[in-house]
Write a protein that binds this ligand. Structure first.
Ligand SMILES: Cc1ncc(COP(=O)(O)O)c(C=O)c1O
Length: 422
């Protein structure tokens, strides 16, 4: 192989790679023949390339199962909002939204207007709540145009909404977020009555819900969560006393949904749970969830290295014996955290195989000595099920000192999302 690299490159190849001189005429084939060829090429690429190097598998049957499981926990009056922000936690927003709506979710939650527009453009007409902040008249016009429902958090913002919607001769649903202790977006809960009186006086704003977000619902210690719920309840009682009509209340994320039906109110906002992961180990017995996302890649080269061989950048790993080294076509630019270098195992043919050397941008290496007849092209499971092995985003999160939410969101668009149903 080395000899091949040293062979002089043929002159015809050099000619082809040289850009034409400015004065030269370049033949442009007729447009239709290019697009027909491109189309064919596209088809070939999509059927083979999707699983050629590395990919993410999205198990739609598991997703549907999780939605049904969560629905089963809810009281009859509580609806399910599937939180599909951040491209559905890396799972692919449109496919996830379509699937969860088919299986019982009635609302969708996203972080940004762009995420909402993507769903609308895909033909999804379920109510969509924008959980993040929106302020400017341009954003408000986009919200109105695409029927996206904003979160209101300040008097200044409410006034801009009222003015802009009035100029459009339109009214719109708005959701008021109270800060009961998360100290993130929201009107301080003590100012709920004052703020909602202001919103009620705006003829173009229709209050669709009042909600808050819990900071510690995944903790086994319920103290802070109970305090937040108490503040939420107090604010609601004060609003009712002030004669303000509240059509819908919501407070629970996945952890709270699994913890206590008293936290369900009229709607629960579930993200992690529908993707099949538990917000905390102590919540595992409450519900049977199936992980939806798997990450796979192929072996791209196999070779024997002698003892003393350094592997990857910096030679942080030196083989202490003869080893079968396997190269795999996935790296940190695909979302495999570089900090997992030397600390992760993958599964091949149902066997756990250690990763060695620094994880590089597009590739990583394994000590595959346990599988002496390993072939180029074999499938490597980085996350997910392979034989009896199951590698979870929770395992990576524990190794890295982070949370599974971050792991799921880290997989880049370079990895094709392939829908499967197991
Ligand atoms: C306001 C809000 N509600 C609900 C959720 C869903 O949380 P989880 O993924 O823990 O269910 C999130 C996610 O971060 C959120 O920001």
């Amino acid at each position: 192989m080395l000899d091949d690299l040293n062979t002089p490159v043929s002159s015809s190849i050099i000619d082809r790679d040289t850009p034409p001189k400015k004065t030269e005429r370049v033949e442009i084939p007729p447009r239709h023949s290019i697009s027909a060829r491109e189309h064919l090429l596209q088809q070939e690429i999509s059927s083979t390339e999707l699983r050629e190097r590395a990919w993410v598998e999205i198990d739609l049957a598991a997703l549907a199962h999780n939605v049904r499981q969560v629905k089963r926990l809810l009281s009859v009056n509580a609806q399910l909002m599937a939180v599909v922000k951040a491209d559905a936690y890396g799972h692919g927003a449109v496919t996830v939204a379509q699937t969860v709506l088919q299986h019982g979710a009635t609302w969708l939650g996203v972080a940004t207007i762009g995420e909402g527009i993507e769903l609308r453009k895909a033909g999804i007409d379920a109510p969509i709540l924008i959980l993040g902040a929106t302020h400017s008249p341009e954003q408000i016009r986009a919200l109105a145009h695409f029927s996206l429902q904003p979160t209101l958090v300040s008097p200044q913002q409410a006034r801009v909404f009222e003015q802009t919607l009035s100029s459009l001769h339109q009214s719109g649903a708005v959701h008021v977020k109270l800060d009961t202790g998360m100290s993130r977006l929201g009107v301080p809960w003590q100012q709920a009555v004052e703020f909602l009186q202001l919103v009620s006086r705006c003829p173009h704003l229709r209050i669709a819900s009042i909600y808050s977000h819990l900071a510690t619902a995944d903790s086994p210690d319920p103290t802070v969560m109970q305090l937040q719920q108490q503040r939420f309840e107090n604010a609601i009682a004060n609003l009712r006393a002030a004669g303000i009509n509240i059509p819908r209340l919501h407070l629970a994320n996945s952890a709270a949904t699994l913890t206590d039906p008293q936290l369900h109110y009229d709607l629960v906002r579930v993200g992690l749970g529908i993707y099949g992961l538990y917000p905390a180990p102590h919540l595992q017995p409450t519900i049977d969830l199936k992980p939806v996302l798997q990450v796979k890649a192929r072996v791209t080269q196999v070779k024997i290295i002698p003892p003393g061989t350094g592997v990857s950048y910096g030679h942080q790993f030196i083989a202490d014996r003869e080893m079968l080294l396997a190269v795999v076509g996935i790296g940190y630019a695909d979302g495999v955290p570089r900090n997992l270098s030397h600390k992760m195992k993958v599964s091949i043919r149902g066997q756990m195989i250690p990763q060695i050397g620094a994880i590089t941008m597009d590739q990583l290496m394994l000590d595959a000595s346990a599988i002496p007849d390993l072939q180029v092209g074999e499938v490597v499971t980085l996350l997910g099920q392979d034989g009896n092995n199951f590698i979870s985003a929770d395992d990576w999160a524990a190794t890295l000192g982070t949370i599974s939410w971050e792991i799921l969101c880290s997989f880049k668009h370079r990895l094709p999302r392939v829908a499967v149903s197991r």
